[in-house]
Design a protein around this ligand. Structure first.
Ligand code: SAH
Length: 221
């Protein structure tokens, strides 16, 4: 990939990206660290070239296999919620790598990121992109996130980009004391949920309504 491709031109240029960041501000995203990373991350490299001209619209877009790259607002919001604990995030688990875009946003904001995806071709492509971008603190794995990634936990933060009917118990188990988990929960009606661990007690807050792909089990090769 050459610099030109990375920086983007026209509909994928820095100016277009800055306009998206302004939209996110207008929509209520306040964390400057998040806005900064969103301004620097080339979202057009996480989608098919045929759709690249729409990369900086604030919408989810198809990435194949019936999945979508998340809407920028939602990526920003979930990242902001995860960071809002005030303490630096050491180890973070992401379930549903998808295109790798959310991983690229999290990477510079946390010490180490572990990301799992259940669909093999998506997982491989995302891992390649993250490598190309030089994001060395991210480790990716093909697996069903229902089980988390216990060998690498416990986690200060867990973020999932697919909605189960209930938060899987293993994700709660892998949350460190003081750790924060943010994910969509529900079927037709989904809400973002924030769970914070205080020893053996888990506080739970229901946040805004969202629309994510379903959380599925098993690995697809
Ligand atoms: N943040 C990603 C979102 C991708 S959509 C992006 O912006 O690109 C959500 C992803 O979660 C899909 O790729 C889907 O395959 C994956 N997924 C769903 N259930 C999963 C599970 N149990 N384990 C791992 N990944 C899962």
């Amino acid at each position: 990939m050459n610099d030109h491709h990375l920086a983007g031109i026209g509909m994928t240029s820095q100016r277009t990206r800055n306009r998206l960041v302004q939209r996110l501000r207008d929509a209520g995203i306040k964390d400057e660290r998040v806005l900064d990373v969103m301004a620097q991350t080339p979202r057009h490299l996480f989608i098919d070239e045929a759709l690249a001209h729409r990369a900086y619209e604030d919408t989810a877009l198809p990435i194949g296999h019936g999945q979508t790259i998340s809407q920028p607002y939602t990526v920003a919001k979930m990242t902001e919620i995860l960071l809002a604990g005030g303490k630096p995030l050491g180890r973070v688990l992401e379930v549903g790598t998808g295109s790798g875009y959310q991983s690229a946003i999290l990477s510079p904001l946390v010490e180490r990121l572990f990301s799992v995806e259940r669909i093999a071709p998506l997982q491989q492509r995302a891992q390649q992109r993250l490598q190309t971008l030089g994001l060395r603190n991210v480790r990716c794995q093909l697996s069903d996130g229902t089980w988390g990634w216990p060998e690498q936990g416990p986690y200060d933060g867990i973020l999932a980009a697919a909605a189960p009917e209930q938060v899987p118990q293993s994700l709660l188990d892998q949350l460190a004391d003081g750790g924060r988990l943010v994910m969509p929960v529900g079927g037709n009606e989904q809400r973002l949920v924030l769970i914070v661990r205080h020893g053996e007690y888990f506080s739970r807050k229901q946040l805004e309504t969202v629309r994510f792909v379903p959380f599925l089990s098993g690995v697809q090769r």
